[in-house]
Design a protein around this ligand. Structure first.
Ligand SMILES: *Cc1c(COP(=O)(O)O)cnc(C)c1O
Length: 393
């Protein structure tokens, strides 16, 4: 008999409301603060700054906008270069192009899947010998796992180049007890709908340099000079966060700890139930780091498991389960075909390997246990079916 009932769709990561959002939204409506400024914006900024242990934060319209502002504040301009993690979402690098600068992509290392200190060191050495250091280094914390911050920070310091920490995926994570996002000259967060907490769309720029954050607010409000008339001396943007959306963010931040716990529990369950399957390995969490496990990521060795990640993703899709490949490295994107790339070492491009065999499983904090079971059983069945086929052959 053919089963014609389509099972409920399981999303990769969908918004998860706390129930308290409406209170803050109502306050905004009752006081008529329906604008890209207001009490929720001010409070959300203070709350994020306190949570991440930095001096100041500016709420903006997206994580991408926050990166754009950070690069502007660091004086990135036409013809400059900026180093950037290659294994990441395009938003990490697009703002480099907005400013007419050129990204140079840096590979991952196998322990964190994040920026390889070896590759960064070679890139710095080559840049120094050409007499042209980058204006900034954008370091991404993939799927919640912190990069090797000690090594990366000391290299940036050695060459005197500021770091921007792209913590869009790692709010709630920490490295040696220090909150993610607080390591670079600037840190950025995203509150897009799929992130660990959301404002439906939004972002935050954080820094210990309070003056720079004041400047960021100025740039994000069309760079309007203090004058009774409308006067402008430099280029600005319309990047501030709405006071209504900041209200959603405040209610979301109240439950961040719970969201991290839920995502970590999902990761642990997948790991417990799937790691015995030959060829499956989960994304590591290195010593002295704590990951929010935004997405559960694992690699599938096709030779051992008898199935490729592409096949696995297609077969899960047929069961109405949304899984995704690991980010396609930016140096492999047609947009960046002419940009420089530094691999982990001469023999190994770690990001390319992770792209060819990495997969992200549904990881939303609102995912029910039964849905987790469905994903687990599905993967087990698909891989054992494939094994049976091999035995027949
Ligand atoms: C989501 C994301 C961004 C961009 O955030 P938006 O709020 O969508 O603009 C930047 N970097 C990484 C690594 C992300 O995952």
């Amino acid at each position: 008999m053919v089963n014609t009932t389509v099972q409920k769709r399981i999303f990769l990561s969908s918004p998860h409301m706390s129930g308290n959002e409406q209170k803050y939204i109502n306050e905004a409506f009752e006081t008529n603060w329906i604008a890209p400024l207001g009490p929720n914006v001010d409070a959300f900024e203070k709350e994020i700054a306190a949570y991440t242990g930095v001096n100041e934060a500016a709420a903006v319209s997206s994580g991408t906008a926050a990166i754009h502002l950070a690069l502007s504040l660091l004086g990135v301009d036409k013809g400059d270069t900026v180093f950037c993690s290659t294994l990441t979402f395009i938003a990490s690098a697009n703002p480099i192009l907005y400013l007419g600068a050129e990204p140079v992509f840096i590979d991952s290392e196998p322990e964190t899947w994040n920026m390889s200190p070896h590759a960064l060191e070679r890139a710095f050495r080559e840049a120094a010998s050409n007499g042209k250091l980058p204006k900034a280094v954008i370091v991404v914390n993939l799927y919640g796992q912190s990069a090797k911050m000690d090594a990366l920070t000391s290299l940036c310091d050695q060459y005197g180049v500021p770091m921007i920490e792209d913590a869009a995926e790692s709010l709630g994570s920490s490295y040696k007890g220090k909150p993610s996002g607080s390591f670079g000259r600037f840190g950025i967060f995203s509150f897009n709908g799929n992130k660990i907490i959301t404002t439906s769309g939004g972002g935050m720029l954080v820094s210990n340099d309070a003056a720079a954050i004041h400047k960021a607010r100025f740039l994000a409000t069309q760079a309007r000079d203090p004058a009774p008339h409308y006067q402008h001396s430099e280029v600005g943007y319309n990047y501030r966060m709405s006071n209504v959306l900041a209200g959603i963010g405040r209610a979301q931040l109240e439950v961040l700890e719970k969201r991290v716990q839920a995502r970590r529990a999902i990761f642990e369950r997948y790991q417990l139930e799937l790691s015995e399957i030959p060829g499956i390995q989960f994304m590591p969490e290195i010593n002295e780091t704590y990951s929010n496990r935004w997405l559960t990521a694992m690699t599938v060795d096709e030779k051992e498991a008898g199935i490729s990640v592409t096949q696995l993703i297609e077969m899960l899709a047929a069961e109405n389960i949304e899984a995704r490949p690991v980010w396609k490295p930016l140096h492999m994107q047609p947009l960046f075909k002419d940009n420089m790339y530094f691999a982990h070492n001469e023999k190994e491009s770690v990001s390319e390997r992770l792209f060819s065999n990495g997969i992200c499983l549904p990881s939303g904090s609102n995912m029910e246990e039964l849905d987790q079971t469905r994903v687990i059983n599905c993967i087990r069945n698909l891989i054992s079916v494939k094994e049976d086929e091999r035995k027949i052959v």
